[in-house]
Design a protein around this ligand. Structure first.
Ligand SMILES: Nc1ncnc2c1ncn2[C@@H]1O[C@H](COP(=O)(O)OP(=O)(O)O)[C@@H](O)[C@H]1O
Ligand SMILES: [Mg+2]
Length: 261
């Protein structure tokens, strides 16, 4: 579905953020990308979306652009459109009539648990509800590849649990292929078939690929108590710590000048 070959990416004349990144995502697989903060995860995802041009190497998408959907941390709902019209927007762009787009939007709003919320403005919805609208917006387009960048990071634990669990059901039902950036190791393991560790930057490259040895479908609560889950969590934690350690030790006390007042 997606192949990244020898991708390097630099902003302007700076040292490259990413160097020689290789990645293959097979159809129907759920891959998570983890790594230290600032190492280039979002940049890599933006390169996949085409929003960011690589300096060298290539991204090959074996799926039409219109079948690729993005879900980002900050939802991109238009404040001056109702929930329904936000969902309908992408469908209109796909060439549907206004009436058909709105009808499909209502079905998807109901499917994400927002039946009857179509007339609400984004500001009249909670964070979790807005996220559901954004999910409906994505799924209504019937994507085959879903790209997510820390989509649930700003939500509280309970909302997050229900949303991820629903999302996993949709992913399985629709046989979606997913590439998700997250900083949450346990979320990465619970949801994915494979977890990929991007190393410390600059010149970050892939430091490890970990297959998740847990069968699907999964119960997101149960799965965390599985010994295979905890073993992998420890392994990932150690691998990530090795990448983060040089950064963490760099945070010292600022050399403050003592000023006599
Ligand atoms: N548009 C940009 N221009 C210059 N530097 C950028 C830009 N976007 C990101 N960077 C730099 O690239 C690095 C990786 O950023 P990012 O991909 O957002 O990291 P992550 O998502 O892993 O936290 C950081 O050092 C960041 O400062
Ligand atoms: Mg990021």
């Amino acid at each position: 579905m997606l192949t990244i070959e020898q991708l390097s990416l630099a902003f302007g004349r700076n040292e490259p953020v990413l160097e020689d990144v290789d990645l293959t995502l097979e159809p129907g697989r759920f891959m998570s990308l983890i790594g230290p903060s600032g190492c280039g995860k979002s940049t890599l995802l933006r390169a996949v979306t085409g929003l960011q041009r690589p300096s060298s190497g290539r991204v090959h998408l074996n799926v039409e652009r219109k079948h690729v959907a993005f879900l980002f941390q900050d939802d991109a709902l238009l404040p001056w459109r109702s929930a329904r019209d936000n969902v309908a927007l992408g469908l209109r762009n796909q060439g549907r009539s206004k009436r058909a787009a709105r009808a499909i939007a209502d079905e998807w709003l109901a499917a994400v648990g927002l039946d009857g919320f179509g007339d609400r403005w984004p500001r009249q919805l909670s964070g979790g509800q807005r996220k559901r609208v954004a999910i409906a917006q994505c799924l209504a387009l019937q994507p085959r590849l879903l790209l997510m960048d820390e989509p649930f990071a700003s939500l509280d634990a309970i909302v997050r649990h229900y949303l991820t669990s629903d999302l996993l059901n949709w992913v399985e039902r629709e046989r979606l292929t997913v590439l998700m950036v997250t900083h949450d190791l346990e979320e990465a393991i619970a949801l994915s078939d494979q977890v990929v560790l991007l190393g410390n930057g600059p010149r970050a490259h892939i430091k490890g690929r970990f297959d998740v040895p847990l069968e699907r479908p999964r119960d997101l609560v149960q799965v965390r108590t599985d010994p295979r889950f905890t073993a992998l969590a420890q392994q990932l934690w150690r691998a990530l710590s090795e990448e983060v350690a040089p950064l963490a030790s760099g945070i010292g006390r600022p050399a403050l000048k003592v000023v006599n007042e």
